[in-house]
Design a protein around this ligand. Structure first.
Ligand code: TYM
Length: 349
């Protein structure tokens, strides 16, 4: 079976963008692909973080994967720092990564603007860690939101560079399949929802780090808070609700959220809302969100009430017989061994 891998950082609470851009898509893909879903906790320390909160947020993200419909009986769910190969491959890849490639990354440019030379090196090398997360599992597809496209491109470039440096004849001698070290993965970005925008400004993406909590719907927001946030969402004064007008980014965003959360075709929704005013539409949107998120929140509460079972899924027992860390580790260490051999390291006996 073809394979997928993806992950979410355990920083802040997960929001609708994480769900529509990534996690919801995974729940469908897991039945067609051999699937690996990782809580990328090593990424959560690139910026100053609170050590006392990291464990809880790591568990919380894993619980949210399951609550949203990731089935540990068919998918491997694990914590990045439990598989040491991620950190180790990062070093090997970073030695083959030109500095210029990393300096070009939009996220680095944006986030380092404020801190200048004081910025942690991890913020610069972050995309190499992400490339390691991916390449260790030799996936065919990496389902992510639009904002990760540039990181995916760097991952592909890096895979090709490593293949040409250490694959080829050397790889052939080692018996690597197709003489390549790494499969070059595709980015799987959903058509709609791949870029979910802030409720307060339709031109910036919904994000965990935005200062105002009113800019996002968190997956764990209670119904009344969801209603309040939707009510406060920015709209415009034009008549008729429709997509496709570049001057109406808020309209496009709210309609897209409504369409994707209800899972209906765009034409049908367009017809339903065409003559509405925002005052009629907003309660519809709020109720659709509440209705969709309520069962996820219920499952989340059940999973969090039994942390032992959750930890077992991540570490020890699952329906496959192996825990996430063990199942993921077996695949990752196989790739890491091949890379070390191809790079000429002396392997221990
Ligand atoms: P992160 O944790 O910021 O976001 C997790 C996923 O949610 C998507 N996403 C969005 N999609 C649509 N609209 C939005 N407003 C929105 N905000 C976030 C992201 O695109 C992502 O798919 N570097 C990654 C985590 C990562 C990773 C990996 C992903 C580390 N290693 C390996 C895939 C494979 C990140 O910070 O995502």
């Amino acid at each position: 079976r073809p394979r997928i891998l993806s992950g979410v950082q355990p920083t802040g609470t997960l929001h609708l963008g994480n769900y529509l851009g990534a996690i919801r898509g995974w729940t469908a893909l897991q039945h067609e692909y051999d699937a690996f879903f990782c809580v990328v906790d090593l990424h959560a320390v690139t910026l100053p973080h609170d050590p006392a909160a990291l464990q809880a947020s790591t568990r919380s993200v894993a619980a949210m994967y399951l609550a949203a419909g990731i089935d540990p009986a068919v998918s491997t769910v694990f914590v990045q720092s439990h598989v040491s190969a991620h950190a180790e491959l990062t070093w090997l890849l970073s030695c083959a990564t030109p500095l210029g490639w990393l300096r070009k990354m939009i996220q680095f440019k944006e986030k380092s603007k404020k801190t200048g030379e004081e910025v942690g090196t991890g913020l610069l090398t972050y995309p190499v860690l992400m490339a390691a997360d991916i390449l260790l599992y030799q996936p065919d597809l990496v389902p992510v939101g639009e904002d990760q496209r540039q990181h995916l491109e760097l991952t592909r470039d890096l895979a090709e560079r490593m293949n040409s440096l250490y694959g080829g004849k050397r790889g052939k001698k080692l018996g690597l399949r197709g003489s390549r070290l790494f499969r070059v993965p595709e980015a799987g970005i959903v058509d709609r929802g791949g870029r979910c925008m802030s409720l307060l400004d339709g031109t910036v993406k919904m994000s965990k780090s935005a200062e105002s909590d009113a800019s996002r719907i968190n997956l764990l927001d209670p119904p009344d808070l969801i209603r309040k946030k939707v009510q406060r969402a920015k709209t415009d004064a034009q008549d008729g609700l429709r997509w496709g007008d570049p001057d109406r980014p808020e309209a496009a965003n709210l309609l897209t959220i409504y369409q994707t959360i209800t899972g209906r075709p765009q034409e049908e929704v367009a017809e339903e809302v065409a003559a509405m005013r925002w005052g009629t539409f907003k309660p519809l949107l709020a109720e659709a969100l509440v209705e969709h998120l309520a069962p996820i929140q219920q499952r989340y509460a059940d999973i969090m009430a039994d942390p032992q079972t959750l930890d077992d899924i991540l570490e020890k027992a699952s329906a496959r017989g192996k825990g996430g860390a063990e199942a993921a580790g077996a695949v990752a260490h196989q790739t890491l061994d091949d890379v070390k051999k191809a790079m000429g390291f002396m392997l221990p006996h």
